[in-house]
Each structure stands twice: as C-alpha cells, then as structure tokens.
Design a protein around this ligand. Structure first.
Ligand code: GLA
Length: 345
C-alpha cells in the first residue's frame, strides 16, 4: 500500500485551489494534481538512483497555458469525433471543433482542465468529477471516478468508472508522455516499442478514422516484435506521413471491453514499461507536436522526445458501426482499467 500525502499547488487563474498528491510505494513514487487529474511525475528506481519518466510542467500557470495534455485525464471522449458532432437517439449534438474539423479530447474545456475532487482511500488516490448535462455539448450528467494506485513492484494502476443519467458517450484515458531515459532527456535514443496488435484503424489527412482496419503486416505499424522507435519513424508509409509520426490507434480487441491484456512494452535506459489494459485500443503517439516546450525543472521537450500510450475505445467510434461502441447507456456503469508497470530490464 502506498504512503499518501497532499500539499497545495496554488490556484488556477479562476481562483480554484489545486492540490498535489504524492503516493510512495517502496522505491517508486507518483505525483498527481487535482487540476486535470494530471500525473505530474512517475519516479522509478534507475541506475542513478531515481528517474522521473513522465513529462510535465513546472507550474500550474504553465499547465493552464499549454495544450499538450501533459499527463492529464482525458474526457468525456478521448481522441477525435469526426465533424465535431454526432447523433444519438435521433438527436443531433454539435460539439466544439478544436482540432481541424474534429472534436479532440472532450472539446474546448475537457476533463484535463477541470479541478477534480480528491481523497485517499486505502492507500490509493480517488479523484471524482461531476460533469453537468450538456457540458461541452454532451448529453447527460456524468459522474466520473478515476483511482490512481501504486504498488512496490512498480505498478501504477488507473481505474476508470463513470455513470450517466442519460445515454451519452464516454471514453476516458490518460495522456502521459513517457521517456524511459528520463523526462528531460530530450530524445528517444534507442528506445524500443512493442505493441501487441495485428491492425490499426486507418486515418485520413485530418487524423479521423476512415473506417478501414489496416493489418500491420509489412508496415511500420508492425510492432508485434520490439522495434526501435526511431527506426520505425524513419520508414516510408503514407499513414506515418499523415500522422507526422506515430499517432495511431492500434487494435487490441473488437469489443468495448476485454480481459486485462498486455498492450505494449517499451524498453530503454535499463527499464521496461509494460502497459496492460481492458480497453479495445491504444493510441501510440510519438509527441509529434512538441517543439521545444518548457518542462519541469527547466527541461526542454523537443519534437518526438517522448511517447504516449493512450488506452481507449477506438477514435470516432460513434461514426463507425464496425468499431466497439462508445455509447454509455443511462444508468449503466462505465469501467476500465489500465496499468503501467516499470521494472529494471
Ligand atoms: C493525441 C492526439 C494527437 C495530439 C495529442 C495532443 O495523442 O492523437 O494527435 O492531438 O493528443 O497534442
């Protein structure tokens, strides 16, 4: 069980109090902000002692000013909704187009910008959020609960639950940027990635899925055996060009929920990071929009200097009947679990 403590992290520009929670378990520790439920640090034992392997900002003001989603909880709907609108039960719902023609990561003010309620429960950190009916255009009042737990064997678990009083859409994730060489390392070096998926969802020039499920065989997306990320990125493929790198949903299951499954394994700097999930997809994103962003402790986060492993229901699922459903029925429970486990290689 982790040792849990809490301190103030200042106030948002609107004057809301934000706390920084710390969970320590053996040689591992995490910090989580009530602002955006952001995973601000993940310190793991490494050759030099302790190494922080997730990117983040130094101050609350910097978190508020950026749009990279560093470490944040994402909702109500992670990833893209094509055309920034959808129909549900015969009603049309327009949303904010904040990413070309798409609605990305919940809209203009997603869960990544909300101040969550927090409490300790049995050595875990429980974050809760009340999302009112109509927020960012989505129907139904949604009650969300995300629990962060950390154990001495280096397993960070995120357990996501939600319930709505009306039919709505729900797809929650975490947007941590990892670099196993350390958050401030500045490049991916020779880190390797393995993603246990036979297919990706093909996307168009707006990063919206076309509906085609593309087998990875013979493409840079064949990561079923470990591949050096830099070598994969250097390959020639139209999908990589359109994403400006890896920014794709890998298919883990065809159902909205599955048994806990190893989705991805990254290695580098003497460490191994495994991502397990019950979600049907994982967005592998190689930080193609970072461009020397200011980070924690004076770090500078350059182009492709980290990667995200965003477990999710497939992007734009509401517009594709062959994708796992993203509809959460009124009164039903939304629940999924993702773990990130870091061990010495
Ligand atoms: C997700 C998207 C990317 C990008 C980042 C945020 O990972 O798939 O295209 O928008 O979020 O920078």
């Amino acid at each position: 069980m982790a040792n849990v403590s809490c301190q103030s992290f200042g106030k948002t520009k609107e004057g809301q109090e934000v706390d920084l929670w710390t969970l320590c378990a053996g040689d591992y520790s995490i910090q989580v902000l009530t602002y955006g439920g952001i995973l601000r640090s993940f310190c793991v034992p490494a050759a030099e002692g302790s190494r922080d392997i997730v990117l983040g900002c130094e101050t609350l003001g910097e978190y508020e000013a950026q749009d990279r989603y560093f470490g944040a909880l994402i909702g109500r709907v992670a990833n893209r909704i094509g055309g920034a609108c959808f129909d549900l039960n015969g009603k049309h719902y327009p949303l904010a187009a904040n990413n070309g023609p798409n609605c990305l990561h919940g809209g203009l003010r997603g869960f990544d910008r909300a101040v969550w309620e927090a409490r300790e429960e049995d050595g875990s950190l429980v974050l809760t959020l009340h999302s009112p009916d109509g927020e960012e255009g989505f129907p139904g009042t949604l009650e969300v609960q995300v629990t962060y737990s950390l154990t001495e064997d280096g397993t960070l678990t995120l357990d996501y639950q939600a319930r709505s009083d009306q039919d709505t859409l729900c797809n929650l994730t975490n947007h941590s940027y990892f670099n196993l060489l350390g958050h401030a390392h500045g490049s991916l070096g020779d880190q390797k990635i393995q993603i246990l998926a036979d297919a990706i969802t093909e996307m168009d020039e707006n990063s919206t899925p076309t509906g085609t499920i593309l087998p990875v065989e013979g493409t840079p997306f064949d990561l079923r055996e470990p591949v050096e990320i830099g070598k994969g990125l250097a390959m020639d493929h139209i999908q990589l060009k359109m994403g400006n790198g890896y920014d794709h949903n890998f298919v883990l299951h065809h159902q909205p929920k599955g048994p806990m499954k190893l989705a991805a394994r990254a290695t580098g700097g003497g460490l191994c990071l495994e991502c397990w999930t019950t979600q049907p997809g994982i967005q592998f994103y190689t930080a193609n929009f970072l461009e020397g962003d200011a980070g924690k402790g004076g770090a500078c986060y350059g182009f492709r200097s980290a990667y995200c492993l965003e477990t999710q229901i497939w992007p734009d699922a509401i517009h594709h009947s062959n994708f796992p459903s993203v509809v959460l029925r009124g009164g039903e429970n939304y629940h999924h679990t993702t773990t990130y486990r870091v061990t010495a290689l």
